[in-house]
Design a protein around this ligand. Structure first.
Ligand code: G
Ligand code: G
Ligand code: MN
Ligand code: NA
Length: 250
C-alpha cells in the first residue's frame, strides 16, 4: 500500500520525531515521567498517525530498523531530563519476537548511559500472545538489565490474567477506552476499580490512560489511582517543550 511504500523510502532523521506525553501523580499533581510517541510527517502523505503506520511497519518488518532509532532518540531526550523523570517507550510485537532485536535494544540502553531503572518498556498483550515463550525470554533479558516492563492497553484485548503472573510485569496501563465518557454509574468504573485493586494486591504499579475530564479524576481518586496519563494534564509535546513544562510545574 501507499503507507508501506512511503515508509520504505522514509528518511527517519527528517521525517520522524518523538512527542512526549507526561504521566502524572494525581496526589502531588506532578509529572513523574513521559511516554515517547512516534510522529511521522511523510513528504508524500503528510502527517500519518502511529495507529496507521505502526501496524504497517510491523507487517513489513520495517519496524526492526525503526525501533532502535526511536529508542536512541528517546534515551537522548531522557538524558537531558531531571533524574527523577522516567521514560516510557513502546516496544513492538516484532521487537519482542526477535532475540537479535532484544540484544540490540539492550546494547542501545547500555550505551546511552541512562539508568535502566528509569526506563519502562511497554508491551501489549497481543505482542506477548504471538509467541509466549519468546516473549518471556525477551522480557526476562530486559528485566535483567534493570528496566521495568509495563503491559500496555490493559483490558482492551484478550487481557489474560495469566500473563500478569507468568511474565515479569511491573506495571499495568489501563486502556484509555475505560475513561471515554466515563460516568459514576458506569460499569467500567467498577472494572477500573477491580484492576486497581488487582495491582495493589500484586504489588504492581498502575497507570490509568486517557483521562480527559476533571470529573474522571474525581471518580478515580477514591479508587486508589495514583498515576494517570491523558489530555487533561497534557497532550504529547515536542521534546524541546519538556524542560519548560517541568519548570512551570515546580
Ligand atoms: O500516539 P498515538 O496515541 O497516536 O499512538 C497510537 C499507537 O501507536 C499506540 O498504540 C502507541 O503505543 C503506538 N506507538 C506510538 N509510538 C510508538 C513507537 O515509537 N513504537 C511503537 N512500537 N509503537 C508506538
Ligand atoms: O497504545 P498507547 O497507550 O501506547 O497509545 C497512547 C496513545 O493515546 C497516544 O497516541 C496518545 O496520543 C493517546 N492519548 C493519550 N492521552 C489521551 C487522551 O486523554 N485521550 C485520547 N483520546 N487519547 C489519548
Ligand atoms: Mn503506550
Ligand atoms: Na495504552
Amino acid at each position: 500500500g501507499l503507507i508501506e511504500q512511503a515508509l520504505r523510502h522514509a528518511d527517519m532523521d527528517t521525517e520522524f520525531r518523538l512527542a512526549f506525553q507526561p504521566l502524572v501523580d494525581i496526589r502531588s499533581e506532578r509529572t513523574v515521567g513521559f511516554e515517547a510517541l512516534a510522529r511521522w510527517t511523510s513528504p508524500t502523505l503528510g502527517v500519518v498517525s502511529p495507529g496507521d503506520f505502526v501496524p504497517v511497519a510491523e507487517r513489513s518488518g520495517l519496524i526492526a530498523r525503526m525501533s532502535p532509532v526511536l529508542l536512541s532518540w528517546a534515551l537522548d531526550a531522557a538524558k537531558t531530563w531531571p533524574e527523577d523523570q522516567r521514560l516510557s517507550f513502546n516496544l513492538s510485537v516484532r521487537d519482542i519476537a526477535s532475540p537479535e532485536q532484544i540484544a540490540r535494544i539492550i546494547e542501545i540502553i547500555e550505551l546511552s548511559g541512562v539508568d535502566p531503572g528509569r526506563i519502562d518498556l511497554e508491551v501489549t498483550e497481543t505482542a506477548v500472545m504471538r509467541d509466549f515463550d519468546q516473549a518471556a525470554r525477551s522480557l526476562a533479558a530486559l528485566k535483567a538489565l534493570g528496566v521495568r516492563i509495563a503491559l500496555d492497553d490493559f483490558g482492551a484485548g484478550y487481557s489474560s490474567l495469566s500473563y500478569v503472573h507468568r511474565l515479569p510485569i511491573d506495571k499495568l496501563k489501563i486502556d484509555g477506552s475505560f475513561m471515554r465518557g466515563l460516568g459514576a454509574a458506569d460499569k467500567r468504573r467498577a472494572i477500573v476499580k477491580t484492576i486497581l485493586d488487582l495491582c495493589r494486591n500484586l504489588g504492581l504499579d498502575c497507570v490509568v490512560e486517557g483521562v480527559e475530564e476533571p470529573e474522571q479524576l474525581v471518580l478515580l481518586r477514591p479508587l486508589g489511582c495514583r498515576v494517570v496519563q491523558g489530555f487533561l494534564f497534557a497532550r504529547p509535546m515536542p521534546g524541546e517543550a519538556v524542560a519548560g513544562y517541568l519548570a512551570a510545574e515546580r
